[in-house]
Design a protein around this ligand. Structure first.
Ligand SMILES: [Zn+2]
Length: 383
């Protein structure tokens, strides 16, 4: 692959939009950012962006499925390839396939499959998110009550993070013994609180042990009260942790999303989709661990009427966040790309358009519709 020059774009670089920059990539990396008028190398392939925005590609840390595939049902390389491919049309250039509560055997299969996908170069796979089964029965939401279990020392010694990618583990800290979060963190997991009924003090202690984030803030956790700040209060009160948030207009009310934005700001609030198989697929029905789920009015609900993940994609989450909070496009990109990259420890290669960074981009039109998605300098999707 020779040099590629992206010209005539509004490039998000150094935190602002610049319309006089050309972005040059070579072998999957950003190599130069010359200003317009400088001579380009002869032989460079030129991509004319026609005035569209060139943004760092979106990074989604919670993806259960896409393209009619659920990761729990297909914990293998082909399943991962299909899911990652289905999200590319929405500007997602990096994601974590996410397992909901299941047997430990499925977790082992999922970890092995993501390792294999990363080692064999499936585009856009950054790691795995293991959501459960060490969760609260009271706050399990759509997770299967029979799959939940207590974490034991044996399981910890058995549970291995990925060889090469990021391993995120969502747990309910109140169900764990003292020191377990520290042990998991020391093993290389990035531990988040979610599906948790913990009180504020338990979360404060978990943060001291290394807890680094919160999974779908507001959903499936103890809420903020006057004398009981709960998991939500601990999340809003912390300035060291990250919070994933589902901004699909159904899981979190616009007012709650604005409150989170005001408390946390764009640097540590991450847009996530929590996407299910219908995203990037014409199919609207799927089976979630034996339960029939259908998409109605943009919401995934099971036969009991419980919300079962989302039909959300990252570009819609980005537009929703801008509409709800009035934040700028640059701030929204921080929540869709730079913040998640930093959460994953990948802030030196992903999430920004800067020399030396990966050539992972999304091109969006002035009305924020996705036009092209580029991973490692290769166009993987175009309108
Ligand atoms: Zn969940």
């Amino acid at each position: 692959m020779g040099e590629i020059a992206y010209i005539n774009g509004k490039v998000l670089a150094e935190g602002r939009f610049q319309d006089d920059l050309t972005v040059i990539t070579h072998e999957g990396l950003i190599t130069r950012l010359p200003t317009a008028g400088e001579n380009l190398a002869a032989g460079a392939q030129v991509v004319d962006l026609g005035g569209d925005y060139l943004l760092p590609g979106f990074i989604d840390t919670q993806v259960n499925g896409g393209g009619n595939v659920l990761f729990n049902e297909s914990p293998d390389v082909e399943g991962i390839r299909t899911i990652a491919g289905a999200h590319q049309q929405f500007g997602t250039t990096g994601l974590l396939p996410t397992l909901i509560s299941d047997d430990l055997e499925v977790i082992h299969q999922g970890v092995a499959a993501v390792d294999e996908a990363i080692n064999s170069g499936v585009p856009g796979v950054l790691g795995i998110h293991i959501e459960g089964p060490f969760l609260s029965q009271e706050r399990r939401g759509v997770h299967d009550a029979r799959k939940l279990r207590k974490l034991t020392a044996e399981i910890i010694s058995d549970l291995q993070p990925l060889e090469n990618g990021c391993s995120v583990l969502t747990v309910a800290p109140e169900t764990m013994e003292p020191g377990m979060i520290r042990e998991l963190t020391a093993k290389g997991f990035r531990v988040c609180a979610g599906h948790s009924n913990a009180d504020y003090e338990v979360i404060k202690n978990a943060i001291e042990q290394g807890l680094c984030g919160f999974t779908h803030l507001f959903n499936a956790m103890s809420q903020l009260g006057a004398r009981e700040p709960g998991v939500v209060g601990a999340a809003l009160d912390s300035d060291t942790t990250w919070c994933g948030i589902i901004v699909d207009q159904h899981h979190v009310s616009p007012a709650s999303a604005r409150i989170a934005y005001r408390c946390i700001g764009p640097k540590k609030l991450m847009l996530v989709t929590d996407a299910m198989p219908p995203v990037g697929s014409p199919d609207t029905d799927f089976t979630l661990l034996g339960k029939h789920v259908t998409v109605k009015n943009g919401v995934c609900i099971d036969s009991d009427g419980t919300l079962a993940g989302t039909a959300l994609d990252m570009s819609t989450a980005l537009r929703n966040m801008i509409n709800i909070t009035g934040c700028s496009l640059a701030e929204a990109c921080m929540m869709a790309s730079h913040g998640p990259a930093e959460f994953l420890g990948l802030q030196n290669c992903l999430g920004r358009i800067e020399v030396g960074f990966n050539a992972d981009f999304v091109v969006v039109s002035p009305d924020l519709g996705v036009q092209r998605t580029i991973i490692g300098g290769r166009e993987v999707w175009a309108r």
